[in-house]
Every structure is written in structure tokens, then in C-alpha cells.
Design a protein around this ligand. Structure first.
Ligand code: ZN
Length: 438
């Protein structure tokens, strides 16, 4: 028998089960057994197993962040309290124009260590810079990642745009075929308002030909929808669905301003949604009709968006926000339940970005999980339910992060990346970008 890793004497929880004190067995990166009793070796062969005693800890699926822009973490704190269009045009785009490859790399490093410390085991990242660095560092980090090369083509010529599309497609295919098996790719035109309709048609054709999924920021603000209707006579989601630019397998980021008809079309087309409640609130973009999406069984997951518009990459906070926000807008305490929010942050997220055997603590699933220190007042009394995690836990409770059964963080120490060096580089990169000499 092959030696196995056993996580013993631990509370276990996912949206399907709660175990007060049990163990899981892991072999070759896969969960092979989940038990509601502590592990006691029965034979000498089992003595070879590596057994970790996690007394007082809670084991749950790792969180999934289905939307972020890693290089932008070096822009954290440079601009707060502006609406999206002014934030982009007056602050973010001019600074991004000056961002070098090294600066983007520093942002990626910072995002990865923040994600690990926040209990994230898989994420989706879109940006136009630093894709080779994102690839290299994501592999080193040990996390699962969907990496995309974003496309903004409204300000460049047709030849340049075609090149951007080819590069994005090559990159997506390389991610899907990466030897680590922990990466995924997709095509990500930034938004309908930063790409022409004819370019989006090209994206559709290339996606079909190369069998790639499409993601897009869409219906983020009322202004975007209004201007789209003026230009095309249709709302953006119904328009792009009708043109088959988005459809089965697509992840629609934001979807804040969608009509009831569009929600029905989204359900029929089987698209999924990345709900980014904090970013939408902070930029004053509005509140997505997530309650209606859940009623229609549209797969909703959670994203932080960038650390420049949030300002963290903490999915625990998004989960709580998603559970709270829609109760407030509907005056219904069960509008989005703790279970709904927990599913969004775990199994729905995994599914939405192409990791179909992740998000549950279950035999046959990838061993992607986190451990929380439950010996802390806000998680006591020691009787765990999904509601305790959603409404009381936070990222500082995370002690261990495992992906495919491999340790990424153990006892609060990140074992895959040099955290101190990455934090130093991120600070230096921001100072250089802002022209600060200290
Ligand atoms: Zn975004």
C-alpha cells in the first residue's frame, strides 16, 4: 500500500456535511476517504502513513476567487472613492501605461501571497501584462489558476488587434496544456465598451475554433448599459448572447445591471457569473440581482476584482458580503443563505473556472483544502456549521493551505514562495511607479 497523508482529529465541513471530529486520507493528491471518526492505525503498513494531528482545527474546501487582476495589487491604495469611469480614465489607465514588466511581476507576487494567506486555493486572473511571470509564479505558488491575457482593442488598429487575439489564444492553449495540470486558460476581451463588435465576433470565432471559454466584464454600470443600448439598440448581455459571443462555458464578470429577460436568457445559455460585491459597492456600480440568479440556478461564484478597487483579495469578506447584502436589498433574511454564499466561494467557483473535481471534501475529489484555527473566541463554542464560517470566520484564522494534497502554507508559514522578498518588491514597485523617492 502506498503511504498516504492523513489529516486527523479535525472538524470537517463543506456545504454537504459537518463532521465534529474525524479524518481524511489523501493519496496522489486525491481525497480517498472521509471519516467521522479519528484515525487509529490498524496495521504496521499504516505506520508508513504521514499523520498530522489537527486537534482544534477546522478543515474545509479552499476558497476560489473567480476574478482578479494580480499586477494591479501594486496600485492598492492609490485611488479610492471614485466612480468606475473616472477611476479608470483619470487614475488607473495612466498608471498602467507606465507599468513595467518588473512592476507587474511584483504585483503578481504580492497577490499570490495575499491569496494564500486568505485561504484561496484556486483563482482566475486577467491582465494584459506579465503573463509569462504569472504563469511561472502561479506554478511556483502551488495554487490552481486560470490565467488569461486580457484584450482592450478600442484604441489600436486592426492588425494589432488580431495580434492581441492570437497571443491571447496561444496563451490560453498553453495554460490548458501546462504540464503542472493546475492551470487553465480562456479568452478575456475586457468589456463590450473597450472592444468593437467586429472584434468580439473574431473572439467568438477563435474561441470556437480553439475550443476556449470566453470571459468578459459586462453590465457593470448603468452608464455602460445605457450607452450600449444607444449604440446597438440592445442591452449588452442580451446582445452578446444573441451574437453568440458569450454562451455555454462563459463567465460573466459583474452582471450588475441585467434585466429579468436577460437573466432568463443567461439561464437558458448556461453561462455563469462572477459576483464581485465589494468592488461593485466601492466603485458605486450597484448591486447585482444575485438572489434572482440563485433562484434560476445560474452558477454564481465570487471574485474580489483587483486590490485597487476592493482593496483586498479576501474571499472570506466577499462571502460574508454576498450573504448579507441581498438580505438588505430584499428585506428577506433568507435571500442569500450561508449555504448559498459558501457554495459560491467553493464548489461553484471551482466549476466556473474549470476545476471540476474540487470544492468538496469528498472521496474522489482533489485534496484542495484549508485549515482554520478554531481555538479562537469568535469560532467558539466548538460546534461548526457553514454559518459559523460565513458569518464569523476570517482570513486570519487560516493556518494551512493544501492543493492537490501538497502543502502551500503550513502553520501560517508559506512554504512555496518567499513572502518577505515579495512584499519588499511590491513596495519598491509602487514607489517607482508613483515616482516616490524615500
Ligand atoms: Zn475586473
Amino acid at each position: 500500500m502506498q503511504p498516504r497523508t492523513i489529516m486527523n482529529n479535525v472538524a470537517i465541513l463543506d456545504h454537504e456535511q459537518t463532521i465534529t471530529r474525524g479524518h481524511i486520507k489523501i493519496s496522489n493528491g486525491t481525497i480517498t476517504e472521509v471519516s467521522d471518526e479519528p484515525f487509529v492505525p490498524k496495521s504496521s503498513l499504516e505506520d508508513q502513513d504521514i499523520v498530522y494531528d489537527h486537534e482544534g482545527k477546522l478543515l474545509m474546501p479552499g476558497l476560489v476567487n473567480t476574478h482578479m487582476h494580480m499586477p494591479m495589487s501594486i496600485l492598492r491604495g492609490v485611488s479610492d472613492d471614485l466612480p468606475l469611469d473616472r477611476w479608470l480614465k483619470e487614475v488607473i489607465w495612466p498608471l498602467e501605461g507606465k507599468m513595467t514588466r518588473e512592476m507587474a511581476r511584483a504585483g503578481i507576487g504580492l497577490s499570490l501571497v495575499e491569496s494564500i494567506r486568505s485561504g484561496t486555493t484556486a483563482f482566475s486572473d486577467m491582465y494584459h501584462l506579465g503573463r509569462d511571470d504569472a504563469h511561472e509564479l502561479a506554478v511556483s505558488s502551488g495554487l490552481k489558476a486560470q490565467l488569461t491575457r486580457g484584450m482592450i482593442t478600442a484604441f489600436s488598429n486592426e492588425q494589432e488587434n488580431e495580434q492581441k487575439l492570437q497571443q491571447a489564444s496561444e496563451f490560453a492553449k498553453a495554460m490548458n496544456n501546462d504540464s503542472s495540470g493546475r492551470l487553465r486558460g480562456a479568452l478575456f476581451p475586457h468589456a463590450p465598451y473597450t472592444n468593437s463588435l467586429s472584434f468580439l465576433h473574431r473572439v467568438r470565432d477563435v474561441a470556437k475554433n480553439d475550443q476556449l471559454d470566453v470571459q468578459i466584464h459586462i453590465a457593470e454600470t448603468a452608464k455602460e448599459v445605457e450607452e450600449h443600448v444607444q449604440q446597438f439598440g440592445k442591452r449588452p448581455v442580451e446582445h452578446l448572447l444573441g451574437e453568440e459571443i458569450i454562451g455555454q462555458g462563459s463567465l460573466l464578470v459583474h452582471s450588475v445591471h441585467v434585466s429579468d429577460d436577460e437573466l432568463e436568457q443567461m439561464r437558458e445559455a448556461n453561462v455563469s457569473v462572477s459576483h464581485n460585491p465589494q468592488s461593485n459597492l466601492k466603485l458605486g456600480s450597484g448591486i447585482a440581482p444575485v438572489e434572482k440568479m440563485v433562484d434560476k440556478e445560474i452558477v454564481v461564484s465570487l471574485g474580489t476584482d483587483s486590490a485597487a478597487s476592493n482593496n483586498t483579495l479576501d474571499v472570506f469578506t466577499e462571502m460574508r458580503q454576498a450573504a448579507m447584502l441581498h438580505k438588505g436589498t430584499s428585506n428577506r433574511a433568507d435571500a442569500i443563505t450561508a449555504d448559498d454564499a459558501f457554495k459560491m466561494a467553493t464548489v461553484n467557483g471551482s466549476k466556473s473556472i474549470g476545476f471540476h473535481k474540487s470544492g468538496l471534501i469528498k472521496e474522489g475529489y482533489d485534496a484542495d483544502f484549508i485549515l482554520l484555527d478554531a481555538n479562537t473566541p469568535h469560532l467558539q463554542p466548538y460546534r461548526h456549521r457553514v454559518g459559523t464560517v460565513v458569518y464569523a470566520a476570517n482570513k486570519t484564522d487560516v493556518t494551512d493551505v493544501y492543493v492537490n494534497g501538497q502543502a502551500v502554507m503550513q502553520n501560517r508559514v508559506i512554504v512555496t514562495l518567499d513572502e518577505e522578498k515579495l512584499l519588499y518588491e511590491a513596495n519598491r514597485a509602487q514607489q517607482e511607479l508613483l515616482g516616490i523617492h524615500e
